[in-house]
Write a protein of this length. Structure first.
Length: 297
């Protein structure tokens, strides 16, 4: 019996991979993962690089045969054409206005809603919160007709208020704020503020809001990108070219005869830059805010 057990242990020892083999397998998997990530990054970034290259070429070069990564010499001509075919900088200003105002008010409303769901108890709270989270599953396109009818009833057609106001309070924003408050702000701190005589508004403004900075930064990026990339809603409610946002202005010139695609690509490249700068400066804060509510709640 002892001999049989000894033989079995010897066979298992031979079958068990050595530490060196495990180390090589881990390194191979890491190299494979790095290669996949590099390829994915190239695939993601390539359309932006390609649009920047096309913005330096004229129409004949864009539709020429073959693929070339050479920089063209028509950048100045495309910029002049861009100014001619659309009020480009006016559209950029409109987008900045819509994104900035919409994001700022969204931070206020969503932080209030998230704080209320996290701290206060009221009748139907769980049902209301469940409906709020469930509404994120509804495709936005289904609400376009009701959205237009409400905007028309309020007399806000062709007004930028109709673009940003209905989207300042979002289910995702309230959910994110609620999770952050539950995970990161202790109840003892809120009770101490009330014992010191702070009212509800003072507690929210002076105690809770400063501690919500990571989540607020995350929501600010998400909402800014959302408002900047809006297309369907402005297309429905904005009619005057001087009120167009940048996505709508770029789309409006794509149907004209002999569309100057170099100019359109130049406008597209310039319009992407604010988003790229935002991500470069706030990506770490965004990741911190998204993971802060994953501890409990």
């Amino acid at each position: 019996m002892t001999t049989l057990t000894h033989n079995s242990n010897a066979v298992m020892a031979k079958l068990k991979p050595s530490d060196r083999t495990v180390e090589l397998l881990v390194k191979a998997l890491m190299v494979l993962l790095a290669a996949i990530l590099i390829v994915s990054a190239i695939i993601t970034v390539f359309p932006f690089i390609w649009s920047a290259l096309l913005s330096t070429r004229d129409r004949s070069e864009i539709f020429g045969t073959g693929i070339s990564f050479a920089i063209g010499d028509s950048l100045a001509i495309n910029y002049a054409k861009l100014q001619e075919i659309m009020p480009f900088w006016q559209a950029m200003f409109n987008s900045v206005y819509v994104a900035f105002v919409g994001t700022t008010i969204s931070l206020l409303f969503c932080s209030m809603g998230g704080y209320a769901f996290a701290v206060h108890k009221f009748k139907g709270k769980n049902i209301l919160f469940g409906m709020l989270v469930g509404s994120m599953m509804i495709p936005p396109v289904l609400s376009l007709i009701p959205y237009f009818m409400i905007v028309k009833f309020l007399g806000l057609l062709d007004n930028h208020v109709a673009v940003w106001l209905p989207f300042t309070t979002t289910p995702f924003g309230i959910f994110l704020m609620r999770q952050h408050v539950v995970a990161s702000i202790p109840r003892e701190l809120l009770e101490a503020a009330k014992l010191d005589g702070a009212g509800e508004l003072r507690t929210y403004w002076s105690v809770v809001l400063p501690l919500m900075k990571p989540a607020l930064a995350t929501l600010a990026i998400v909402q800014f990108v959302f408002f900047w990339n809006m297309f369907m809603q402005p297309l429905v409610v904005l009619n005057s070219p001087e009120n167009y946002v940048i996505t709508q202005a770029l789309r409006s010139v794509q149907g004209i005869p002999n569309t100057p695609w170099g100019a359109v690509m130049l406008g597209t490249t310039i319009s992407i830059l604010p988003l790229v700068v935002t991500y470069l400066f706030a990506s770490k804060q965004m990741i911190s805010g998204l993971t802060s509510g994953a501890v409990k709640g």
